[in-house]
Write a protein that binds this ligand. Sequence first.
Ligand code: CA
Length: 227
Amino acid sequence: MRILVVEDEAGIAEALQRGLTADGFAVDVAHDGVDGLHLARTNPYVAIILDIMLPGLNGYRICSALREDGNSVPILMLTAKDGEYDEMEGLDTGADDYVTKPFSYPVLLSRLRALIRRAGATATPTDQLRVGDLMLDAHARRVFRGETEIELSPKAFAVLEYLMRQQGLVMSKEQILENVWDHAFEGDPNIVEVYVSRIRNAIDVAFDRSTLQTVRGVGYRLIDDQR
Ligand code: CA
């Protein structure tokens, strides 16, 4: 669940990055419009939070450039105070929603999740992902094996959500990293193994199951082992 924040005010960008990271997103930040457009064009984001007044290239232009590319990533615009005109223009250029500065983080988060949900609704009719009796509720942020609730850290949750959305397909470490960690991640790709092993303990070992499988030399896949 990777998010791009394009915001030149360092304080706001940092606060968003901190908040969204704590809420389980992988967050990339661009501080100017040119960098923002480049990142948006070259990475798989579930949504973009886009300021309007930016050095280099403004938010309207980034938004219309992405839509001209045929990129339908959900875009949440950050507009200045009392900017009714801004909001209209933002929605005209293809933004999906806007939040007026100064905004409250919980409000922004719920608008952002609504956008991601709406965008996903065409592909998956529900937030409740199921693989056999394993159920992940992406909206409520809860995981169950049968009736038993499983506690996972935000990052482990994000890895599991990604594997559940790709159910049955083998995903490489690199694909998992690219989709669940952010651009700034420069650590050891084997971090994926650490999370897979934690998830496996939580969803499989504890239940004497084997749904999260390692395909040696290729990657990981999640299957229904009782079918
Ligand atoms: Ca700005």
